[in-house]
Design a binder for this molecule. Structure first.
Ligand code: MOS
Length: 748
């Protein structure tokens, strides 16, 4: 095997530098136009009417009162809904569309979950639409529903779990477990979560005519603009050229805007029905049910080890939820395939059908829940073996990915654990619980490994190189708020050898070359991979444009280098802007693409370590995080400032998952009781202590052409386990349920 899949590149200019996000000023001065904010002539407002029951049938919808309200244009019901093509949902293996659920808005008479969109009011103001929605009278026939994963736990298995069968048993793991000298066998429960991006889901849709044909313009807060266009095309029988989808800014998404949820389809249907532009902003309440959530998980992790701490058997099994009619598979056992060495492995996933919106991916899908169970069990094993949990993890480092038998593209988990431990002052941890106090607080230290796969999605870019010395990256990727436009400009500036201020990225518009979904921490590597390929072609293009009397022409092209924005051979050099000027060209376009099919010879993952210090007030059941440190190995870091923000954001979200966030159900009614920020608790500043973020310099050219493995999601993984492990170290009490609320602490 070659050393690396991609030829390493040296990035020593603008890439990696700590540069402020380019959209920062627009955002803080209110000039950034978010998807709900585009001014449109004749704009109307739509509000969905949502189901108040969680399962049953609609008998009758009476919209006469609503229609009588001044300002109401139309009430859409199943009777007068414009036509569309029913596509299978993406979870059924339909990868050409991103329809999240086959329960289409306003189209159904059957109710599958509370919050289902069953009618819609279109009015001349948001307030009128909302008022009128309350006047729509719906008569239901109610049927029993199930929203409790503990009651629904069953024997159904998903078709596959990230490409493998739902049950995998290598070397009879149960037998190896029961023969092992030291055993841990526990159940872990994690509650469901909602993404709750600050910017609500929102769509403005406008049907017009262009060139004699219908033309659909959509402003959509979406992580998948190119796929959204493809999906609208299929839903409404249009050619892709008849659709433009735009999203210039996003106020958070975390996976909740990756697929197409009913409100987007509904906005387009509303616009079609009234032949006017229509805006639909999902309210905070209607987000709960209107969009997908992180499934609760019931997990069993069992570990068998020899007396000297070598893991012999790993078993990871359990249940996730999916909805009554749709399929979503949360691959919570994925991490366990490759994390540690072992002799025997058993993985088994079940699913239960709940009367909810279909679950979906939420920041570090699979890993956020899976790592909590696995890394808590590892800590429990360390306690039984009476060894340091950092040392136990290092001792069980695998030589390769034992599941796929492929070598790791790079790993560095040992370094991340060692460097993290050193920086955190891990040596000050007491081996025995209840030894460290600070006033009324018992203090403890905890550690966990962090990991997330390094993924990629097909991406195309065009580089527009100008005779004015500037360069543009054109790509329909999206600015999630993470700094995509900033870091890609840094990358290209570095490759071209010019100041980063001379490079811009245009994104967020399907009129640009198609990018992939901004999910799976894959944007930087995928877009960057396409940028690199286009850059690699640039030298040839410029060479062709050289003036016929240029001395460089006589030199074989492979001896000409591209350095600091110029073709160079010995003392001869020609800057790209001069080449273009001489050739009478304002600009040239060079295309590049990235395909993840190149990434298959190695097992590609990011790794890291999380260290946490907690204080626990045993009388009140309060758990306070006092210090946190994360140390990550994610390959090339293109911007120190935006990268730190990503890691910080992930770690803070991990605190939410660990201590606060939970969907609370009234299972009798099948309804969510905490559907707003007053009741669904997320961390605020007072919950968050000093956080240190470190990373290891390890460009990984097996994983992506620019060596970046992705950083958006790994930050959340391991945080909950590290907090729980720290609580054990402080108090001797093991919490196996998330979130670890005061009630949970006091009752366990
Ligand atoms: Mo992320 S949950 O893959 O958008």
């Amino acid at each position: 095997m070659k050393d690396t899949v991609y030829e390493p590149i040296k990035l020593d200019g603008p890439a990696g530098k700590s540069i402020t996000r380019r959209s920062g000023r627009e955002k803080v001065t209110g000039k950034a136009t978010f998807s709900a904010e585009w001014p449109m002539d004749g704009l109307l407002y739509a509000t969905p009417v949502v189901s108040q029951i969680s399962r049953g049938r609609i008998i009758r919808i009476d919209s006469s009162l609503a229609e009588a309200l001044p300002g109401v244009y139309k009430v859409l019901t199943p009777e007068n809904l414009p036509s569309f093509t029913r596509l299978p949902a993406s979870g059924e293996g339909n990868f050409s569309s991103i329809v999240a659920s086959k329960v289409y808005p306003v189209a159904e008479r059957d109710i599958y979950y509370a919050g289902q969109y069953i009618a819609a009011v279109i009015a001349d103001s948001f307030e009128t639409a909302r008022d009128a929605a309350l006047l729509v009278q719906v008569e239901y026939e109610s049927m029993p529903s199930e929203t409790n994963i503990r009651r629904a736990e069953g024997s159904e298995q998903p078709g596959s779990v990230s490409g493998a069968p739902p049950t995998v048993d290598e070397q009879n793991a149960e037998q190896v477990l029961s023969a092992a000298a030291v055993q841990v066998d526990q159940e872990y429960f994690t509650e469901g979560n909602y993404h709750n991006p600050l910017e609500p889901h929102a769509t403005i849709a406008h049907w017009t005519i262009k060139g004699g044909k219908p033309y659909l313009l959509v402003y959509d807060s979406s992580q998948s603009l190119a796929l959204a266009r493809q999906t609208y095309a299929q839903l409404f029988n249009l050619d892709a050229s008849q659709i433009r989808v735009v999203c210039q800014y996003m106020g958070g998404a975390f996976g909740s805007k990756g697929l197409m949820w009913p409100h987007s389809i509904l906005a387009v249907l509303c616009s079609k029905a009234v032949n006017r532009p229509v805006k639909l902003v999902v309210s905070r309440n209607q987000l709960y049910g209107g969009t997908g959530y992180r499934t609760p998980l019931i997990q069993r992790v069992a570990l068998g080890a020899s007396q000297d701490g070598l893991i012999e058997a790993i078993i990871h099994a359990g249940s996730a939820s999916t909805s009554e009619v749709d399929q979503y598979t949360e691959s919570f056992t994925l991490v366990t395939r490759m994390m540690y060495q072992r002799k025997a492995l058993k993985l088994e996933q079940f699913q239960c059908r709940l009367n909810t919106q279909v679950p979906t991916f939420m920041r570090a899908p699979a890993e956020a829940g899976g790592v909590f169970a696995l890394e808590t069990a590892i800590d429990e094993l360390a306690v039984k073996l009476e060894v340091d949990p950092v040392a136990l993890r290092i001792k069980n480092e695998p030589v390769k990915d034992l599941f796929s038998s492929k070598p790791f593209s790079s790993r560095h988990l040992t370094t991340a654990l060692q460097e993290g431990a050193k920086a955190f002052g891990w040596h000050r941890r007491r081996k025995t619980p209840r030894e460290l106090r600070d006033g009324s607080w018992l203090v403890g230290f905890g550690v966990s490994a962090a990991t997330y796969p390094s993924l990629g999605f097909p991406t195309q870019v065009t580089l527009r190189i100008g005779s004015d010395g500037t360069a543009k990256i054109l790509c329909c990727s999206q600015e999630m708020g993470t700094g995509t436009a900033t870091v890609q400009a840094q990358l290209l500036a570095d490759l071209l050898g010019i100041p980063q201020g001379r490079v811009q990225m245009k994104l967020g518009d399907t009129d640009l070359p198609a990018g992939g979904i901004s999910g799976g921490s894959a944007t930087t590597g995928s877009v960057g991979g396409a940028v690199r390929q286009a850059y690699d072609k640039l030298k040839e293009r410029l060479f062709e444009l050289l003036a016929s009397d240029s001395k460089l022409r006589k030199v074989p092209i492979d001896q000409v280098q591209f350095i600091d924005g110029a073709l160079v051979y010995k003392n001869e050099m020609a800057r790209f802007e001069d080449i273009l000027m001489d050739a009478n060209r304002d600009f040239i376009d060079v295309d590049g693409s990235f395909s993840p099919s190149f990434q298959t010879s190695t097992s590609n993952h990011s790794f890291g370590s999380q260290f946490v210090e907690v204080g626990v007030d045993e009388d009140l059941g309060l758990i306070r995080v006092r210090r946190m440190l994360g140390c990550f190995a994610c390959g090339t870091i293109l911007n120190a400032r935006t990268a730190r923000s990503q890691f910080l954001g992930g770690m803070i979200m991990g605190v939410g998952q660990a201590l606060q966030e939970s969907i609370r159900w009234d299972h009798r009614l099948g309804r969510i009781t905490n559907d707003d920020f007053a009741e669904y608790h997320v961390p605020v500043n007072a919950d968050i202590p000093e956080i240190d973020v470190l990373w290891i310099d390890n460009p990984d050219f097996n994983a992506t052409p620019i060596g970046a493995k992705g950083i958006g999601e790994i930050g959340i993984t391991g945080v909950a386990a590290a907090i729980g492990n720290a609580v054990y170290n402080a108090t001797g009490k093991r919490l196996r349920t998330l979130p670890m609320t005061p009630k949970e602490f006091l009752s366990s």
